[in-house]
Ligand binder design. Structure first.
Ligand code: ARG
Length: 652
């Protein structure tokens, strides 16, 4: 972009075309701070004699801005013989007094801290943000097969996430998978990858034979149409109750020494098994019925996902894995001696194929039951291979609760043992802490829609508490709904994925078991204060409001004289805004939504504490324009980051 070229030529010593060769990982046109890093590496190289390409990668971020914008740990440069703390002092002294981009570095023990100079940073960063708009921060080069040659195309990634089970509750684990998976898909898309979002439904197994029986007995076509997810779930709860009662009866009679063969042969359990066997064998009527349930459920899921700004490219699922594909995989496993027969069933004994602790951990896994039906693991192995054939992906993420860690390890190990090591290397389990299991049979469980509605209603109440502001909102119900969703999502994303989430995610867990705790936590997550979703929405709406009240056109803002932004507060806002591309790239490494959120909360706090010092409305015209340019850049960055998280930023 122009702003960066102009600045580079002003600095004089930087030739951007030379820099591209020396620093292949620098992207100054989209990440202005890279220009500073190039300049620091150039300058320090002259002073120290250390090679530029060694300096550039060790220029690090600081924990907080009072420690500088960049920091170099001198020992990381691996200079033999010399004392790092002495070098830090020496280099700081030799740093040119009149450096155009940074102040004289500050030595502190073995570190050198760098502070950027206000005027050039403000000019460059605010202009780049305006020029890039919605693209500011995106690392679109990351997904290129060959960063030097975009015509070679983009890398392909599959993100499998959400994956609920039809006729069963959409529990907190599914909600977390949905939120994290949606975020990761956005992230990779913004990083230039070709992303395919897959929802792998739990939609196959004996329990769906049981569900069909329940429908025969109690099904209601109209109810099914009206709310398929709710209706199927109710049937599922009902039939399970009956089946449990039946099993207890059989047990009791057994104990009394009675012959239960007859009872067992006609039991719901046995009927379900037979019905499911019919489905497996391709009985058209049974399958048509099942497809009908599945299609209606998917339609409903789609509506709910849309509220979270999520869509899927493919609704796959356990039912979609063909018997043919599994027979083939089964054949390969026998051939390679991975699977074995165990009185009729087929299993893998990992201890025979993997040494030591790892083998023990993996244990044994059943692939096929005695009656020939394939299990969860077998389906996943075939599905993985199928996906690779279909998409030839470079990477695949499974966003699944940590409860299934063993399952995924077994899946990856089998893939490896089958000789598909190259495919296995492309796969990663994105694990996250799970909340307490919730019984599917109690009927008190809530669905995603219910959680979102409850929290939206509550949000509406919270909004009404401020009558003045409430009166200004045009569609209060719609806004309440969006804010409610934001509070659930931010609450869920604030904690680290990996931390056991029993504490962090109490608010989401509780609605499903204890209503009182739910309400209590709801109060916290829907608050406009503290690190919440509504707080971010408020920060965004406030920036929009300043823009409305300033009543300036885009052209007027673009022509602002940015040299008027001389205050410390203005520079601090700029310093935060300049970090967004770095934060984005760091997020590609951590794959944690909290990396974005931590940044956002810091950034919005700095903006909010600047309002008293940098008034827009009421300042004289040129200053007003310049400050508006600052806040408008802040609005753009906040908007970009919120959208990346999957939030819909509100304007009022
Ligand atoms: N439907 C599963 C469940 O709810 C999650 C599926 C995870 N993905 C997979 N490829 N196994 O437990």
């Amino acid at each position: 972009t122009g702003a960066i070229d102009t600045l580079a030529s002003q600095v004089g010593s930087i030739s951007l075309s030379d820099a591209a060769a020396t620093y292949p990982n620098a992207h100054p046109h989209t990440n202005p701070l890279d220009l500073w890093r190039i300049h620091i590496a150039d300058t320090l190289s002259k002073i120290s004699g250390v090679e530029k390409s060694i300096i550039f990668p060790v220029i690090a971020w600081t924990q907080s801005l009072d420690k500088g914008d960049f920091i170099i740990a001198v020992p990381a440069l691996r200079i033999k013989g010399a004392k790092p703390d002495a070098l830090a002092v020496e280099w700081a002294e030799k740093w040119p007094e009149d450096d155009p981009l940074v102040k004289k570095p500050e030595p502190s023990k073995t570190f050198l801290s760098f502070f950027i100079k206000g005027a050039p940073a403000t000019q460059a960063v605010l202009k780049v943000i305006r020029e890039q708009g919605a693209d500011y921060g995106k690392a679109a080069f990351d997904g290129l097969r060959d960063p030097q040659d975009p015509s070679k195309g983009r890398k392909k990634i599959i993100v499998e996430f959400s994956s609920p089970n039809v006729a069963k509750p959409f529990h907190a684990g599914h909600l977390r998978s949905t939120i994290i998976g949606g975020f990761l898909s956005n992230l990779y898309e913004a990083a230039g990858w070709d992303v395919t979002r897959i929802n792998y439904l739990g939609d196959w197994g004996k329990q769906y034979g049981l569900l069909a029986l329940a429908y025969e007995k109690y099904g209601d076509d109209a109810e099914l149409k009206r709310d398929p997810i709710d209706h199927l779930f109710k049937l599922y709860v009902q039939i399970n109750k009956e089946m449990t009662a039946e099993k207890e009866k059989i047990e009791a009679e057994k104990k009394e020494g009675k012959d239960v063969a007859e009872l067992e042969a006609t039991s719901l359990d046995e009927q379900a098994r037979r019905y499911f066997k019919m489905m497996v064998d391709g009985d058209e009527a049974a399958l048509a019925q099942w497809r009908h349930f599945r299609d209606l459920s998917i339609d409903k899921y789609k509506q709910t996902y849309a509220r979270l700004n999520i869509r899927f490219d493919e609704y796959s699922g356990e039912s979609q894995v063909t018997e043919e594909a599994m027979a083939k995989t089964g054949g390969e496993m026998t051939e390679r001696g991975i699977s074995e027969n165990d009185s009729g069933s087929v299993l893998v004994d990992f201890t025979k194929h993997v040494n030591g602790k790892e083998g023990k951990q993996l244990g044994k896994a059943v692939l096929r039951k005695r009656d020939g039906t394939a299990l969860y693991l077998t389906r996943d192995v075939s599905e993985l291979k199928g996906r690779h054939e279909k998409y030839n992906f470079d990477r695949m993420l499974y966003v699944v609760a940590s409860q299934q860690e063993l399952h995924l390890k077994q899946l990856f190990k089998i893939t490896e043992l089958l000789g598909y090591e190259d495919i296995r290397k492309k796969c990663q389990h994105i694990s996250f802490g799970m909340v307490l299991g919730m019984s599917t049979r109690k009927g008190t469980v809530k669905f995603l829609n219910d959680i979102l509605r409850d929290v939206g209603d509550h949000m509406h109440e919270v909004m009404k508490r401020n009558e003045d502001k409430y009166a200004q909102v045009e569609e209060p119900e719609k806004v309440a709904d969006i804010l409610g969703i934001s509070s659930v999502m931010v609450q869920d994303m604030t904690g680290k994925r990996q931390v056991p989430s029993i504490h962090l995610h109490a608010a989401i867990l509780m609605p499903c078991s204890r209503i009182n705790n739910y309400n209590f936590n709801m109060e916290a997550m829907t608050s406009f204060e503290g690190d919440t979703g509504p707080y971010l929405q408020y920060a965004h709406a406030r920036l929009c409001s300043i823009r409305r009240r300033a009543d300036l056109t885009d052209a007027e803002i673009a022509s602002a004289d940015l040299s008027l932004l001389t205050e410390e507060h203005a520079l601090n806002v700029v310093r935060y805004l300049s970090q967004w591309p770095d934060v984005f790239q760091n997020t590609l490494k951590t794959l944690e939504p909290t990396t974005v959120l931590t940044y956002l909360f810091r950034m919005t706090h700095v903006i909010s504490s600047s309002y008293d010092h940098l008034q827009v409305v009421g300042s004289e015209p040129e200053l007003k324009k310049a400050r508006m340019a600052l806040y408008d850049a802040a609005r753009i960055v906040l908007h970009n980051a919120m959208s990346l998280l999957g939030l819909s930023p509100v304007e009022r």
